[in-house]
Every structure is written in structure tokens, then in C-alpha cells.
Design a protein around this ligand. Structure first.
Ligand SMILES: Cc1ncc(COP(=O)(O)O)c(C=O)c1O
Length: 440
């Protein structure tokens, strides 16, 4: 059995996280329930930062908050000294409400609205990561209207796609994100920004994919970007001060996954950037990265109560839990795989193979296929590991199921950081039907 972070089994045979008995948590807070191992988040955050410090490289590690955003999460990230990547007005609002230092906020997104741009400019955020020509013009105009200057990175697509274990070099990058490097779009963007009065180009950003287990893709991306820098230096007199190589560092969801230590990614990235800038005889840019999943993914565990069971002889045993695609849409969305155990009977022999079904009205609402488990009943609690990234943040109210609460646990302490949604919350935006008003 593989335990993440502080997870362990206690003398009662229960799963314990952060020194807290998860069975007691399920009793006290109900299920489904997300539990985060705070010590593991801190360990990961410090791992990234320390590697840059040891290498004596100026860097920013920005938490990609799409993985899990909440006020408490942003406060934890702030305490750890990381920066923050937000992608929408909602994530930005949460960050501002959490009191996150604005200068360390980076605003991403391929279709920021004028309202979102104004909100970020008025807040004085650190930088925008600009995705396209429409946004460039909109940003410069909005800055002029508000008489505010701002810094940006431009997101480029380097023509490398990471497919978890291997990489394809694509001639014409087919992605909704960023300025294409091959076709000269990025060059055009730089030329345009050089004519701007309010928007300054701090550097370049690229993100090649997610759940990546090797350093090769990052090295290839850095090489391609720096090849371009050579041209920009000669032809446009432009040298980036910042090089942001995105996130995507892989984690262990199941035994099939074999992640490398986070330090290895950082060391390889720094080494290739250093050697390329030495060749060009230019100053080493600040290196930024944006991990999401690798900071919070394996720190999260979801606890469910087991309910109904359906056995089809010689075909399959379905065991249903009190959540599903409403709290974890990843298996339905992209066949993501997870491991799970009975939190209240960790040491019991796994004597059957079952498939874990959610409670949503959708055949595709399956959380895990073919999971070895002890024979379970409705007294049991299922703990699904590694649900910390893109779990709560993608949770939804399908079938009007309230979203579960979130707990932070550390050193035996429990902190309720997101409350359970209620049925009242579910209908709070609904309005009763009025008389039909005919449009004139
Ligand atoms: C631009 C960008 N940065 C960072 C991330 C974080 O990726 P991960 O959670 O895999 O580290 C993403 C994920 O979609 C992204 O699109």
C-alpha cells in the first residue's frame, strides 16, 4: 500500500492524515469530505523554492491556483512565499479577499474580459500573461484609459506537446493558447508591444502540458524559446528578463505513475537555460514556474461513505459512494485513474475486486474501475487518494448535489476551510417564475 505525505495507519487500523483519524473526521464532518495534508503541501512548496535557492537563481514559483483555490489555500501559499497564478476574475477576487500580495499575482487566460482586465489593473497585480493580439490591444487601451502602466509576459506555444511520457514536435502548433512561435506570431507580438506606451514586456511564458514525468519536454521547450531569443536579440533588440516555463510536473496517482523529484525538473531547466544564455552572452533571465497539481494533488484525499452494491455474476461488482463526478469529474472527463482503500479497515485483506460508482445519474459516473478492496458494506468509509488537484476546483452541482467541505489537517489539528454546501445554497440564485413578459 502506498501512503502519501503524513498518511499512515493508526492502532485502530484507521487511515490517519496529519495526525488525525479520518474515520473520526467522516463522523464529525460527514461525507463526502476533502482532507488536505498541509505538511505535504508545505514540503512540496519548500522543495521547489529551495532548489532555486541552492542554485542561486532568481526565480518565482507561482502556484497554479486552478488546481485548488480557496481563501485558506491562498493564505497558505502566501505564508510559503510563493507567487500565484490566477485565470479568472473569480480566482483573482478570491486572492484579493485572502489578502494575497498583489505584486505576486500573475493573471493568465485566453479570453480575459475588459472587466477582468480593469479589475486586475486597479488592484495593481504583478503581471498579465497575455495570450493573443486581441488581449494585447485591449490591455494597452484599458491601461491608457485608466492611466496605469503594467508588465506582461506573452504566452507562446513552442511547438512541443507533452503526452505524459513522450513529446511531439508539431510544426504548426494547434492550440487555443498563446502566440505561435513557428509562424512568427510571437515576433509580431513583440514588435507590437514595442510600440506600446503603457504595457511593458517583461518576458516569455510557455506551458507544454500536464502530468509530465520527464524533464525532456521542459528542456526542449527552453531550447526552442532561447533559440528564438537569439533572433529577437539580433533583429528586435529584445532580451526577456523573465522566462516562465509553466507547470505540469507529474505526480503519483497510481502504481503506474513514476514521478521524479521536483528538484530534478528545476535543475534541468536551470541547467539548459544557463548554458543557452552563456552561449548568447546575455544575462540569465529570472526563471518562473507554475506548479499546480504537484503542490496539492497528492496532499488531498476524499472520504466517502459506501452505500449501495450491485453484483452482476461473472461480470462486475459495483459499489456506490455518496459522491462521484460532482466532486471528482476527472475520471469521467479524461479517464483519470485513482487508488483507494477502506479508511476504517486499512489492514484488512483485499478479498474482492469492485468498481466504485458515483451517485450521479450518468453511466459514466465511475470513480475507479477494478479496485481490490476488502468486502465492504454501508458501514465503511472509502478514502480515494490524490484528489487534491482539480477535484474541489472542478466540483459542480450536477443533480443538485451540494459540494463537500474541505478540511486542512496538520499535527493533529483540524481546520475547516470550506463549508459544506447546503440545499439552501443550491437554490439561492433561483428565482420563482413570474408572469411571462412579452418583448416589444
Ligand atoms: C498555463 C498553465 N500553467 C500551469 C498549469 C498547472 O499545471 P499542473 O497543475 O499540471 O502543474 C496549467 C494547467 O492547466 C496551465 O495551463
Amino acid at each position: 500500500m502506498y501512503f502519501h505525505g503524513t498518511s499512515t495507519v493508526n492502532e485502530k487500523g484507521h487511515l490517519e492524515i496529519g495526525g488525525v483519524d479520518t474515520v473520526a473526521l467522516a463522523e464529525q464532518y460527514g461525507t463526502p469530505l476533502y482532507v488536505y495534508d498541509v505538511a505535504l503541501i508545505k514540503e512540496r512548496a519548500r522543495g521547489f523554492c529551495k532548489t532555486f535557492e541552492d542554485l542561486q537563481v532568481k526565480a518565482q514559483v507561482a502556484y497554479a491556483s486552478k488546481a485548488f483555490s480557496s481563501i485558506a489555500m491562498f493564505q497558505l501559499i502566501e505564508e510559503e512565499g510563493l507567487s500565484l497564478d490566477v485565470v479568472s476574475g473569480g480566482e483573482l477576487y478570491t486572492a484579493l479577499t485572502a489578502g494575497f500580495p498583489v505584486e505576486r499575482i500573475h493573471f493568465h487566460g485566453n479570453n480575459k474580459s475588459q472587466h477582468e482586465i480593469e479589475m486586475a489593473l486597479k488592484a495593481g497585480i504583478g503581471c498579465f500573461v497575455v495570450d493573443n493580439f486581441y488581449e494585447l490591444t485591449l490591455l494597452e487601451e484599458t491601461c491608457r484609459d485608466l492611466q496605469i502602466k503594467t508588465n506582461i509576459l506573452i504566452r507562446v506555444t513552442p511547438g512541443i506537446e507533452a503526452h505524459t511520457h513522450d513529446y511531439i514536435l508539431t510544426g504548426q502548433e494547434d492550440s487555443k493558447f498563446g502566440f505561435d512561435l513557428q509562424s512568427g506570431q510571437a515576433d509580431e507580438a513583440i514588435k507590437l508591444i514595442q510600440t506600446f506606451e503603457y504595457v511593458s514586456l517583461l518576458g516569455i511564458h510557455s506551458h507544454i502540458g500536464s502530468q509530465i514525468f520527464e524533464t525532456t519536454g521542459f528542456v526542449m521547450a527552453a531550447e526552442k524559446l532561447l533559440e528564438k531569443v537569439k533572433t529577437w536579440k539580433e533583429e528586435l533588440n529584445y532580451i526577456p528578463k523573465v522566462l516562465n516555463l509553466g507547470g505540469g510536473f507529474g505526480i503519483r496517482y497510481t502504481a503506474e505513475d513514476d514521478p521524479i523529484p521536483v528538484a530534478d525538473y528545476v535543475k534541468e531547466i536551470v541547467s539548459v537555460v544557463k548554458s543557452k544564455v552563456d552561449e548568447m552572452k546575455i544575462e540569465l533571465p529570472e526563471i518562473w514556474i507554475e506548479p499546480g497539481r504537484s503542490l496539492v494533488g497528492d496532499a488531498g484525499t476524499t472520504l466517502y461513505s459506501i452505500g449501495s452494491r450491485k453484483e452482476i455474476p461473472n461480470v462486475r461488482k459495483y459499489v456506490a459512494v455518496d459522491g462521484g463526478m460532482s466532486d471528482n469529474i476527472r475520471p469521467a472527463l479524461y479517464e483519470a485513474k485513482y487508488e483507494a482503500i477502506l479508511a476504517n479497515r486499512v489492514n484488512d485483506t483485499k478479498d474482492e475486486v469492485v468498481s466504485i460508482a458515483g451517485k450521479c445519474c450518468e453511466s459514466g459516473d465511475m470513480l475507479i474501475w477494478d479496485l481490490p478492496l476488502p468486502k465492504s458494506s454501508s458501514d465503511d468509509i472509502l478514502a480515494v487518494f490524490c484528489t487534491g488537484a482539480y477535484g474541489y476546483s472542478m466540483a459542480n452541482n450536477y443533480n443538485r448535489i451540494p459540494r463537500p467541505p474541505v478540511l486542512f489537517v496538520e499535527n493533529g489539528n483540524i481546520d475547516l476551510v470550506v463549508k459544506r454546501e447546503t440545499y439552501e445554497d443550491i437554490i439561492k440564485l433561483d428565482l420563482p417564475m413570474k408572469q411571462t413578459i412579452q418583448q416589444k
